[in-house]
Design a protein around this ligand. Structure first.
Ligand code: AMP
Ligand code: ZN
Length: 113
């Protein structure tokens, strides 16, 4: 198993976990781009949003609800947060295991760079 996020999901590589369920894991990003920067991943290896299939609908829904749960736990539900899914080379995806970034704790500008 060479995928770094599969290895994080299995616990083989340590991470600072925020929450975990049967199907998703959330942990702090190693290189935070905001005061709060958490990654939420499915335990199953889905490469990207571009690779998602109809049978992934339930886990994709769980992923988004886990982002909300992370925001609630870290107390930014009211102040706001951003969920980012970088997909493919032009989308800025560097790790080929689907992950949602939950960014919060400062005003995030738009459009993104
Ligand atoms: P992306 O560029 O959207 O593919 O995001 C990949 C993210 O994974 C980056 O924000 C990295 O800082 C983060 N990252 C890479 N390796 C680790 C790791 N071992 N633990 C936590 N975050 C990581
Ligand atoms: Zn993987």
């Amino acid at each position: 198993m060479s995928c770094i996020f599969c290895r994080i999901a299995s616990g083989e590589i340590p991470s600072h976990r925020v929450l975990e369920t049967e199907n998703v894991v959330a942990f702090h990003d190693l290189s935070p781009q905001a005061p709060i920067h958490v990654l939420v991943i499915p335990r199953a290896h889905i490469e990207s949003v571009g690779a998602a299939q109809p049978e992934h609908a339930a886990v994709l829904g769980e992923l988004l609800l886990a982002c909300r749960q992370v925001a609630e736990q870290l107390r930014v539900l009211e102040s706001g947060f951003r969920v980012v899914l970088n997909t493919g080379p032009n989308g800025g995806q560097t790790v080929p295991h689907l992950h949602a970034h939950v960014l919060a704790g400062r005003h995030l500008t738009w459009p993104p760079g």
